[in-house]
Design a protein around this ligand. Structure first.
Ligand code: ADP
Length: 485
């Protein structure tokens, strides 16, 4: 793998703790494997709680001096970090595809997307505005200061090894917080390479640490129980989010949670069908269905159901499954065998309850972690896929009668992250966007993510927002000052 990089030193097998690249106590490591081939591509330190606590100590020790710099100075460092990420975009993309499996083109896109958060929040560092409020008495003056929370700790998943961290560390550093990142054990290499570039950009020792460990729950406990940590930010499943919220309750810690989704994708009779097919492809199959905003349930109005299904099957039939490092690959492997098992489980459950396989429905000769993109028709609300996120290349088509019917079905879930719909009638567009109980709505588009907009969910999909001018607020405290004159 190192031989594929212009900067082989970006393939790092050490953790960054308080400005030092360390090995674990006793040299313990864990393997990072390439999901397309199953071969071990790196061995990274398997840190214990004591080493994670050291990273927290270093963050605590360095945070105040970092916060004391002007916003403009912090902005300059973040700008340099962004530029370095873009300068080394290709190397970061190769590392990402090697550890995560997504096609190289998607990895390049994610590096640019992650870097865009670093750029954006660097710019926002200069615009952390407080307030002055007209006093309630003639001799009272009221001001509101915005100050960094302190040490923030982040736990992130494997599906976006760069961007999920960038979205958290960038606003944290911009606000003047220090940040300790625990990347997913499947994908630590992207995080370590980013941290190396952050160091080169001038992020001071201790302000950003990356603690690699197999022991996710130990890291979660250290983050929640260590009194120097003031903020926990997590992206992952709702199930783990609930555990962390319970743990964080003991210190009444501030939490941001980006949790699971169960995105409906709705196609109305008046939609532009070709555009809807394109939107469904990108929304359903990006990262092989492994994103929390991927369409999970595709609802199609009765009048266009058959036509949409035929066009979607044609488009899916043109997609190429393969190794993400090979040119022309549209769909890489799934992250691990467990992920393939979930796709099979949803497929078999749907078929047992009456769904018909239109295309796919089987594994792939390339290996056990590959699965053919699959469409089924005749999906119903009794099926598992109606309630749970598949997180894989499985597209169930539900038929619906009218607007009231589909809105009721779309909202019938504990989740509320992203949703999508295609329609042309203006009044309908406005009615439906207002009625859907979701944090994000794509209208006539299947791609909504950008650093300039607030990403986040309602209901059990999360707390807080990432990106946009609102994203930095999650790393700031408000302090009200009342002055007698
Ligand atoms: P995913 O299906 O994306 O892996 P998870 O919620 O299981 O979703 O994992 C998201 C991140 O949370 C991963 O980095 C994982 O290692 C970590 N994680 C899993 N369980 C815990 C836990 N009990 N405490 C802290 N982190 C955890």
């Amino acid at each position: 793998l190192a031989s594929m990089l212009k900067r082989p030193d970006l393939l790092i097998e050490r953790a960054l703790v308080g400005g030092e690249w360390i090995e674990a106590e006793g040299g313990r490591t864990f393997d990072v494997t390439n999901p397309a081939r199953g071969d071990v591509i790196a061995r990274v330190p398997d840190l214990g709680r004591a080493e994670i606590a050291r990273a927290i100590d270093a963050a605590h020790a360095s945070q105040k001096a970092w916060a004391a710099r002007t916003g403009k100075e912090r902005a300059r460092v973040l700008r340099r970090w962004h530029d370095l990420m873009m300068e080394h975009q290709e190397d970061l993309a190769v590392l990402m595809t090697a550890e995560q499996g997504k096609p190289l083109a998607e990895s390049r896109g994610e590096v640019a997307y992650g870097a865009a958060y670093v750029e954006w929040f660097g710019e926002e560092a200069k615009r952390v505005y407080g307030e002055t409020i007209p006093g309630h008495m003639p001799d009272k003056r009221i001001t509101v200061l915005k100050q960094p929370i302190g040490v923030a700790a982040g736990i992130t998943p494997w599906n976006f090894p760069n961007a999920m961290i960038a979205r958290k560390v960038a606003p944290a550093l911009a606000a003047g917080c220090a940040f300790v990142s625990r990347p997913a054990s499947q994908t630590p290499l992207s995080a370590l390479a980013m941290a190396k570039l952050a160091e080169e950009a001038g992020v001071p020792a201790g302000v950003f640490s990356v603690v690699t460990t197999m022991d996710a729950s130990g890291a979660g406990k250290e983050f929640c129980e260590n009194s120097k940590v003031r903020k926990l930010t997590f992206t992952g499943s709702t199930e783990v989010g609930r555990i962390l919220l319970r743990q964080a309750a003991d210190q009444v810690m501030k939490c941001s949670m980006e949790l699971g989704g169960n995105a409906p994708f709705i196609v109305f009779d008046d939609a532009d069908l070709d555009a809807a097919v394109q939107g469904a492809i990108v929304s359903k199959f990006r990262n092989n269905g492994q994103t929390c905003v991927c369409a999970n349930r595709i609802y199609v109005q009765a009048g266009v159901y058959d036509a949409f299904a035929t066009k979607l099957a044609e488009a899916v039939g043109r997609m190429k499954v393969g190794d993400g490092l090979e040119a022309g690959t549209d769909l890489g492997p799934l992250i691990e065998p467990k992920a393939v098992a979930k796709v099979r489980e949803h497929l078999e459950d749907a078929v047992a309850k009456g769904a018909k396989v239109l295309t796919g429905g089987h594994g792939d000769p390339l290996g056990e972690q590959f699965f053919a993109p699959t469409i089924v028709t005749g999906a119903t609300r009794e099926m598992k896929v109606a309630r749970e996120e598949t997180f894989g290349p499985f597209a169930p088509l539900f038929r619906f009668a009218d607007e009231a019917d589909v809105i009721e079905q779309a909202n019938d879930t504990i989740f509320g992250l992203a949703c999508y719909f295609y329609a042309r009638d203006l009044s309908r567009v406005i009615r439906v966007q207002e009625a859907l109980e979701y944090g994000m709505v794509g209208v006539n588009t299947g791609i909504i993510s950008t650093e300039v907009a607030p990403f986040g969910g309602v209901k059990q999909s999360g707390l807080g927002r990432e990106g946009s001018r609102h994203g930095i607020e999650d790393y700031l405290e408000m302090k009200y000052v009342c002055t007698q004159v």
